[in-house]
Write a protein that binds this ligand. Structure first.
Ligand code: IVH
Length: 673
């Protein structure tokens, strides 16, 4: 070897080590050290050298993820240790019996520690590393024989081609789930739709379809990821004696386990974990269909053994299905606060996402036509987390013989006024404004809601009664209600009438921001209301402002400015405001008028963790009242991160970026409480 070529070989080695290290920081630790551009530069240099010196290319080079030619068919892989499946549990009782069986079998008095992980909705894959290099990857298949998908698994960026660190066994078979994150799945389907290609029904099918491609270039173009959750065959090496320990060893070697894995003790610990994951489920980047509990001690696992095809030491605790099939009985139109007409499907009741659902939204007329939902259709409906149930799609094969396309009504189903739809807008609206009882009811519900005037005890049902009974027309009428007037209403005991009158009284003391939000001006959400309050300081200043002035407010564009300006030009609206003021609705002027003089003007805050003295919303309100901005993600532009108890990744990020961190006490001092 000439001196120059040995220098090149050394450089290639360096580049590979560095690239693998950055991959590890990025994919496993989720904490990159360098910007993407630096990473790309390293890969470019490596490719360049390898291009000129093909003799230096090795199969485990980071440039070699996509192998040569497409395969004719998949090879077969025999699993040395069978890939088992899991028993399913649905109810807390099932988990209690699971734990009881384990303790009885072990003769254990004490509570057992369990490793808990999300149950990812993808497909199980086994990967073999020899001397730290990826040599084989296979699907689960029937548990004993799977398909050789090495060429495809190599293209998944979260799967290392070489193990990091040291101490790994000479032969290490790892197992985990290949999945497609929801955002990637949606983007891929969107592209497919645009090109007239077939779309996948769900991320699981998309992951499976992408992995079973004969041409690895196709797999490489799909956004697949992998989490590791266990080991199979291990030769010449030692592993920790606890499942949780194995997961952290895997992490050190670059094999990313789920970041949500945790150890919990006893049945109460398991159920607590289940609830915690169920709450987080709608916010996760990927689909999970439950959680998995595994006895943490490998020694206990060994003593427990297997039954048929599943281990006795593990169980899957499934979440209720989020998608179900049912039949559309009718399609009705609901009129919202701003007159928007929303088509709603009335359904044969079904149990989905843990509750019985009999209505699902169809969003708007364009969406309804795109999905072509008709009365009598069999449909798939979806309810995820607290999200409103929606119709995902129809099953065309089950459509009854005679059915007709749904048309937009020409008249408002509530008040009979004309319905208008601007071409460029997706929504159609009843044109009557507050003359329409539906819009009036919805405006009042919004006015009374917690984040607006916060009138306790004034719920939807009561508002409907009040409007239908002619007791209330506008928000101002609410404050004219007396115990006597309320007494005549259905289900209104003397006590609750008194409570409501008291709650109305309490709600009169508010803030300008809340009041502006409560007015229900189109497109004025909480943040815009806060910006308007901060900028104008006094309501009179805002009412007197012209459109250009309103447009000066940060984040207010011409459309919103037009809505705000138009709202206050409407005589009826000004009358209602005056009447509200006369009934005693009041707020302090925002500290000093005009945002730029306020004490926190121009300062951006991020709140993380829990504050003991006030709720997050309240803290955000305070920041905005004082002219500051409360945002949700930390960047170099953030001025302060307020860290309560249990602060998480945002705090770490702040520390990394050198953003000033305030504890609760310092924060309270800053806002003068
Ligand atoms: S452990 C003996 N852990 O669920 C242990 N499986 O029903 C068997 N799965 O085929 C697997 N997330 O595809 C395990 N954290 C997790 C999992 C998980 C998803 C899938 C896997 C397996 C199926 C078993």
């Amino acid at each position: 070897m000439t001196q120059q070529s040995s220098k090149l070989a050394e450089r290639v080695r360096q580049l590979r080590t560095e690239i693998e290290h950055h991959n590890y920081r990025y994919f496993v630790l989720d904490d990159p050290e360098v910007p993407d551009s630096r990473f790309d530069q390293l890969v470019r240099e490596l490719r360049e050298i390898e291009g000129k010196h093909p003799e230096l290319v090795t199969p485990d080079s980071p440039t070699q993820r996509i192998g040569g030619t497409p395969l004719g068919e998949f090879g077969e892989v025999q699993h040395q240790i069978p890939m088992l499946s899991l028993d399913n549990a649905f109810a807390p009782d099932d988990i209690e019996s699971f734990d009881r069986r384990i303790r009885e079998r072990l003769g254990e008095q004490h509570e057992v520690d369990y490793a808990c992980e999300p149950k990812l909705d993808g497909l199980a894959v086994s990967i073999v590393y020899r001397e730290g290099a990826l040599v084989q990857a296979a699907t689960r298949g029937d548990g004993t024989k799977g398909e050789d998908v090495t060429h495809n698994v190599r293209t998944i960026k979260t799967v290392p081609l070489r193990l990091q660190g040291s101490g790994w066994p000479a032969v290490l078979e790892v197992r985990g789930e290949v999945f497609m994150p929801i955002a990637g799945f949606e983007a891929m389907n969107q592209r497919a739709r645009e090109q007239g290609d077939k779309v996948f029904v769900n991320p699981r099918n998309a992951a499976a379809g992408s992995l079973r491609q004969l041409d690895p270039r196709i797999t490489a173009s799909r956004p697949l990821e992998m989490f590791f959750y266990g080991v199979g065959l291990v030769e010449a090496g030692k592993l920790p004696v606890q499942h949780s320990g194995i997961l952290s060893a895997l992490k050190d070697w670059g094999l990313r386990p789920s970041p949500d894995a945790a150890v919990r003790r006893g049945v109460s610990g398991l159920l607590d974990y289940y609830q915690q994951m169920q709450r987080r489920r709608p916010k996760l980047r990927y689909q999970i269909d439950g959680v998995v509990y595994k006895v943490d001690s490998l020694d206990l696992q060994r003593r427990l053994g297997f039954v048929a095809r599943a281990p006795r030491w593990a169980i899957a605790h499934k979440f209720p299905a989020e998608e179900e099939m049912t039949v559309v009985r009718d399609i009705e139109w609901q009129v919202g606060r701003t007159g928007a007409l929303t088509p709603v499907a009335r359904l044969e009741p079904v149990f989905v996402g843990g509750v019985t659902v009999s209505n699902a939204t169809l969003h708007n007329i364009d969406e309804l036509h795109r999905k072509d939902v008709r009365v009598g259709d069999t449909v798939i409906i979806r309810r995820a987390g607290d999200v409103i149930p929606e119709v995902v799609k129809i099953i065309p094969e089950r459509r009854p013989k005679r059915s007709s396309k749904v048309r937009l009504p020409q008249h408002c189903p509530v008040c009979g006024s004309m319905v208008v739809k601007e071409d460029e807008e997706a929504v159609a609206r009843c044109s009557a404004g507050l003359y329409c009882a539906a819009q009036r009811k919805e405006s009042l519900k919004h006015f009374a809601s917690r984040r607006a005037m916060d009138i306790e005890g004034l719920g939807s049902k009561l508002i409907e009664q009040l409007v239908d009974g002619g007791l209330v027309e506008s928000a101002a009428d609410l404050y004219r209600l007396t115990e006597d007037k309320l007494a005549g209403l259905e289900r209104m005991a003397e006590k609750s009438a008194a409570n409501l009158v008291a709650a109305l009284d309490t709600s009169k003391k508010t803030t300008l921001q809340r009041f502006l939000f409560a007015l229900g001006i189109r497109d004025v959400g909480e943040a815009t209301a806060a910006a308007l309050a901060g900028h104008f300081g006094r309501l009179e200043n805002l009412i007197g402002a012209d459109r250009e002035e309103i447009e000066q407010v940060p984040d207010v564009g011409p459309v919103i400015a037009e809505h705000v300006h138009g709202f206050f030009r409407e005589g009826h609206n000004r009358e209602v405001i005056q009447a509200l003021r006369r009934s005693g609705v009041d707020w302090p002027d925002v500290a000093r008028p005009l945002g730029s003089d306020l004490p926190l003007a121009g300062k951006t805050f991020v709140l993380t963790g829990a504050l003991s003295g006030m709720g997050r919303a309240e803290a955000q309100d305070r920041i905005r009242e004082l002219g500051g901005k409360a945002t949700s993600s930390v960047s170099s532009k953030t001025d302060y991160v307020v860290a309560g108890s249990d602060a998480g990744s945002k705090l770490q990020k702040a520390e990394k970026l050198g953003v000033q961190v305030l504890d609760e006490e310092q924060f309270l001092r800053l806002i003068g409480s």
